[in-house]
Design a protein around this ligand. Structure first.
Ligand SMILES: *Cc1c(COP(=O)(O)O)cnc(C)c1O
Length: 404
């Protein structure tokens, strides 16, 4: 069991007021809040050992390099990657996806097929469309049902020898559905296709084991896991990372350079051109340490309690419809109330200190499926409480009264 009142003391932002009301932060699926332990690591980096890495002979540079590479090992252990050089630092999920999509440009030919799911974030659709334009590959989509679950029989039917890549998110940011990625990976491998899993929404709630999953690529962003923005990681199996060409050229990623020819550095540096987000990488590892100290089983159990409680409370409101009703889901509730525009409710909730997301959540195709312009999305983390859910429901009822 986790002690939420103790945990809340770690998050200074949770003490602030918004529009004169105590902040109720339910926009965790967009970004999570940062505990003091991680803030301290950031302050300490800039106060004590800020320097560029992998270059200097001087002590500061050594300290920064050591901390940055130690952080990579923390990340490797967290995801249970076999090798530290299979962890590539990125600026976030979007960067990781683009790195892989760009790399596959040289591996695909006309008529090859890429499968994505109907539950994808825009960042997981656009790079594949661009890849298809560059290579002549064809994009296929796994459809979903009314509960927001992928239809696996349709996925099976899409697979064939032409399938080269399958891209799916582990958990949908718009609906919270947990996708059966074990099955998807297994079936994709049976036709020789590689699988990239977008873990941006799963990593805050569970601890993926990339070796047990046998996944080829896995990406996430630190800022959704109590870390800072602008940093994330791409896990890739060594044999795949060796096959992919570098994404960007620059310093750090080369072994030797002349005007005739450049040879690239080995993994992971081949994919890490330029000065990285050094402090971000170190703080990312600190965020993982923080969450592991609480324990992902404790986090999941508590967040499931919050999800059930909030679902029950919300369903008592007339005309409230929840989108995304899979048995397997995390603490994200997307909903609408009658014909009231989500934006209007979101604006009034903000006046009462409640932060929720409104709109299409970067997942327009999902909104089109349900024939709605958007939803209100409340998403919970382990530092939220049932008392906050109660206050949110009261505020929501007030908003509905004002708007009907
Ligand atoms: C947030 C999110 C992304 C994008 O992450 P960035 O940090 O903005 O790159 C991609 N996919 C999913 C499922 C997300 O929730």
């Amino acid at each position: 069991m986790l002690n939420v009142q103790d945990i809340r003391k770690d998050f200074p932002i949770l003490n602030r007021k918004v529009n004169g009301k105590p902040l109720i932060y339910f926009d965790n699926a967009a970004t999570s809040q940062t505990p003091q332990q991680v803030i301290d690591v950031i302050v300490s980096y800039y106060s004590n050992y800020n320097a560029n890495i992998h270059r200097g002979v001087h002590s500061l540079s050594q300290e920064a390099t050591d901390a940055y590479e130690k952080a990579r090992i923390t990340i490797q252990k967290h995801f249970n990657a076999k090798e530290a050089h299979e962890i590539i630092y990125t600026s976030g999920t979007t960067h990781g996806i683009n790195l892989v999509a760009n790399g596959f440009s040289s591996l695909l030919k006309k008529g090859d097929e890429i499968i994505v799911s109907a539950l994808e974030h825009h960042s997981n659709i656009v790079p594949w469309q661009m890849l298809c334009e560059r290579t002549g590959a064809i994009l296929k989509v796994i459809p979903m049902n009314e509960d927001g679950e992928l239809i696996l029989a349709d996925f099976d039917a899409l697979l064939n020898e032409a399938t080269k890549l399958v891209f799916v998110n582990h958990i949908s940011n718009a609906l919270g559905t947990i996708n059966p990625i074990e099955y998807i990976i297994d079936r994709a491998h049976s036709v020789g296709a590689a699988v990239l899993v977008d873990g941006a929404q799963s990593c805050p709630h569970l601890k993926p084991d990339v070796q047990a999953l046998d996944v080829d690529f896995y990406v996430c962003s630190a800022h959704k896991i109590c870390g800072p923005t602008g940093v994330g990681m791409l896990y890739g199996k060594e044999e795949w990372l060796e096959k992919l060409p570098p994404y960007q050229g620059g310093g750090e990623m080369i072994a030797e350079v002349s005007f005739e020819k450049t040879t690239y550095a080995g993994l992971p540096h081949k994919f890490e051109a330029g000065t990285p987000n050094i402090c971000g990488g170190i703080a990312f590892a600190a965020a993982l340490d923080y969450m592991n100290a609480i324990g992902f089983e404790n986090i999941a159990a508590y967040e499931n309690e919050l999800l059930s409680y909030a679902t029950e409370q919300l369903l008592q409101i007339d005309d409230l419809k929840i989108y995304g009703t899979s048995e397997e889901k995390t603490s994200v509730i997307s909903f609408n109330v009658g014909t009231i525009h989500p934006y209007d409710i979101g604006t009034i909730l903000d006046k009462m200190g409640v932060a929720v997301r409104t709109g299409h959540h970067c997942a327009q195709p999902i909104m089109d499926f349900f024939k709605i312009p958007g939803t209100i999305r409340a998403s919970f983390m382990f530092y939220n409480t049932k008392a906050e859910i109660d206050a949110f429901v009261v505020a929501l009822k007030k908003a509905i009264m004002m708007l009907s």
